[in-house]
Design a protein around this ligand. Sequence first.
Ligand code: C2E
Ligand code: CA
Ligand code: CA
Length: 581
Amino acid sequence: MATSENFDQITRLAAFCFNVPSALILMVDLDQCWFCSSLGIAPVDAAAAEALCRDTIRRGGLIEIPDLAALADDAATSAADDAVGNARVLLPPGVDTRRLGFYAGIALVDDTGRTVGALSILDTRPRTLRDADREQLTALGRLAMTEIALRQSDGRRDAMTGLPNERQLVADLHDAALLARGEYRLLVFVDTFDVASARALTQTLGSGPIDALMVQMAERLKEHLEGLSDVYRVAETRFGFVTDCRETDDPEPFIAELSQFIGRTALAAGIPIRPAIRAGLVKLRLREEGVTEALRQAEAAVDASVASNRTWTAYDAEKDAVSQRSYTLATGLERALANNEFYLVYQPRLNMRTGRIASVEALVRWKHSVLGTLFPGEFIPIVERTALMQALTHWVANASLAQLAIWQRAFPELHLSINLSSRDFETGELTGALTQACERHRIAPGMLEVEVKEGDWVRGDAVFEQLTAIRAAGILVAIDDFGSGFSNSGFLRDVPADVLKIDPSLILDLADNERHQTIVRSILDLGRELGYRTVAEGVESEATLALLREWQCEEAQGYLIARPVGANAIGELLHKFAGTA
Ligand code: C2E
Ligand code: CA
Ligand code: CA
């Protein structure tokens, strides 16, 4: 075993406390022994020091030899008996302690009563220990023993709280599965404090308060679960335990009581902190092969509690499948961009006055290597949670503008619209990226339109400024899904935009929904009054198209005209819708 910094700290502390030049920790195991820390011992004295330590280990307790020179003299006359009183010092022949003055050592005994080593101090002059010194040495011995126990537990114990950790939990669940296969257990993970807040607190106040809080949480859990279950620390702010349960047990009262008990405000390093208790529960049938999966499920359940701000959540396989799928998608994004797994389909917009296709909207798809074709409704929200949204938008802009350049050779009036995400406005690079893409593909900026869904995020000055810049560059701005819920006319007056796309929820059943008819008419009136080009989205029937035409809505988009199709099919549609209405 290599010398460790922690053991060195203990010997340094011992040397300092007793004002001696050397201190040692000797460990024994089977027929081996080694110094895991030796401070201030000259090589010539190493054998003598080791012999003294071994003697302490052999005899146990606290051994004190006030005058080693006298002992050596006694040994020379082979009368080493009772050199210090009643114990007999046993040193191998040839070991000379004469150069050392004083020795004291304490045997290190583990939980099972086995002596595993000794902590010793040596001085060059004879001396005697006072009672307070003996207490001090005993305390240092305990400290060394804790360190050894930590090491012996083979990384299965958490140093801060002294609790067994997740590795130990896995090992214990394996054992339980061997002994009681098929029985039910309740595995509970308890998050005690929001990790982000914990890190923020640590940044301002140091790690003291959170460490202290975790120690208190450990104590409270141990107290509450006394006789019922061991407590494990499984993550920074998270604890776990396993209790017996029957298949039909309702965990609610148990968890409610537990969270009340441990959720009280704690005074952590002098600071009052209120724990935030969020639990995840998994009722499991013990099987050796299911242990790791059970832990993952407990993790998923506690994450769900944290995300939804609930005290506890029972593991739900269905929800978990959804989030596992999201996880698979999120981790595959980067590769998908690099491997060209994304592709575009286009949906035409019909100009109702001319009967021509005025523009096409680019809609992204993902041909996933395992999951098949994926739709943006599923993966865009996931991309938005990663740093890759802007990269995807740039890819869409470039790919669709390249395609538009081809179409424009035959249909120079064709416009293109692409969808933006709120994340695209975060860095202020958007306008530049869009104008560059237009230049690269030799597209007049006025032929490009960007669609922005209405939402709270649009209302900020930063977004308005960028929309203004986009329009100043000649690119058109469309408000997507207007009327889908929180829309209001005030927003339409303020937002710098050119086009208004009415949400399909109002259009799909327009022909038979009078309320929607009233709303759509007033949106069209307002839009016209404010100078917007109006587009109805989700047109699926001739009756709806007729109404929109009557109310002078300018463009229509929907399955009636065409579904989103691949670039090749757009050519045909452009020819089909090339004439007067
Ligand atoms: P969106 O921009 O509102 O796109 C219109 C969606 O309505 C498309 O779904 C389209 O297939 C569908 N749709 C069109 N006509 C009809 C109709 O007559 N009836 C019905 N029931 N549905 C119709 P899609 O392609 O699945 O796109 C869903 C959403 O994904 C889009 O809504 C847009 O918000 C987002 N999205 C698509 N592509 C991109 C993209 O490149 N970037 C970003 N940021 N978002 C995108
Ligand atoms: Ca859109
Ligand atoms: Ca839309």
